[in-house]
Design a protein around this ligand. Structure first.
Ligand code: URA
Length: 299
């Protein structure tokens, strides 16, 4: 069924954002579809970022119903309004979901004022605008999902869904069992306590502890701040898994499309249950993991 054939009554999600312009007045005559700001409509159509959308609007490159609109917050109902960018109608883009193996040294934004490389430099062959789902720091490597499906991205980053993210890391000191237990049960950060985490001592080598950590949140620099909360520092950090999605054959700096089963798994997975007890005596883990180290694990 086409969305403009909907019969359900339209209820604004945010009544304080009710419009008073010509589109709102048109409501009395026709059953409207959902409204979004012009800036959002452009970015959701997969043609560019919200910042780019704003600049096109300000540069008078965007028309709604034959009129140039210069206000990015102009309300639009794509079921009724005809939006043109550079004279071309917005068309619905194919939804694209990729998994990028980000190396360190790339930032997870579209443009960097300092001119550093960005993750977009690693996907020059993709002709649609896709956005990272969450972030990895400049100095973090590993798996990053990028997509133009904003609903999927919102689902994936919704903290209530507790999608697990697994990291391997090298700490700047040897961590005591007590420190590891604190990480497991949650540590206090400036933006509140962390949720329980699954923490495995992978091995101790010289003066360093290597850990595997599974968390179900995606706060800014979370793993680094957790390690700082137990008086150490992260020297190396690699994200090795998102939910059940792993590298497969993916090489560093390369990307692949997510497979239908991976997408279905991410979209439907139930919240991850975290085990806060040690998986096995830590001394046993130290020994068994020596022989099963990932080639890309922090050395
Ligand atoms: N936690 C961090 O501290 N950094 C990342 O890049 C990802 C998780």
């Amino acid at each position: 069924m086409k969305s403009n054939q909907k019969t359900s009554k339209w209820i604004p999600k945010k009544p304080w954002r009710q419009k008073t312009g010509p589109v709102a007045r048109g409501r009395e005559q026709a059953e409207p579809g959902p409204q979004k700001t012009l800036e959002r409509v452009l970015s959701k159509a997969g043609v560019g970022s919200r910042t780019q959308a704003r600049s096109w609007i300000h540069a008078r490159q965007v028309q709604v119903n034959g009129q140039v609109v210069e206000n990015p917050d102009h309300w639009v109902d794509l079921d009724r309004d005809r939006v043109l960018l550079d004279g071309k109608p917005l068309t619905k883009r194919k939804q694209l979901y990729i998994l990028l193996y980000k190396p360190t040294g790339y930032i997870t934004t579209f443009k960097d004022p300092e001119g550093r490389p960005t993750v977009y430099d690693l996907i020059p062959d993709i002709d649609q605008f896709i956005s990272p789902v969450g972030r990895l720091d400049l100095d973090t490597s590993g798996l990053l999902i990028m997509t133009n499906d904003t609903q999927f991205a919102e689902r994936l980053t919704n903290p209530d869904r507790k999608i697990s993210k697994t990291y391997l890391l090298k700490c700047s000191t040897l961590l005591s069992d007590d420190a590891i237990n604190q990480l497991r049960h949650g540590v206090e950060l400036s933006d509140g306590p962390t949720r329980p985490a699954e923490v495995t001592r992978v091995r101790d080598s010289g003066k360093y502890t290597h850990l595997e950590i599974v968390i179900t949140e995606g706060r800014n620099r979370q793993v680094r701040r957790m390690i700082e909360a137990v008086d150490s520092k992260v020297l190396k950090l690699v994200r090795i898994r998102i939910g059940n999605v792993t590298f497969g054959d993916l090489k560093i700096g390369h990307w692949r499309e997510l497979q239908p089963d991976e997408l279905a798994d991410l979209a439907t997975s139930t919240p991850t249950r975290i085990r806060t007890s040690a998986p096995a005596p830590d001394s046993a883990i130290r020994q068994t993991n020596k022989s099963r180290r990932r080639p890309d694990a922090p050395k």
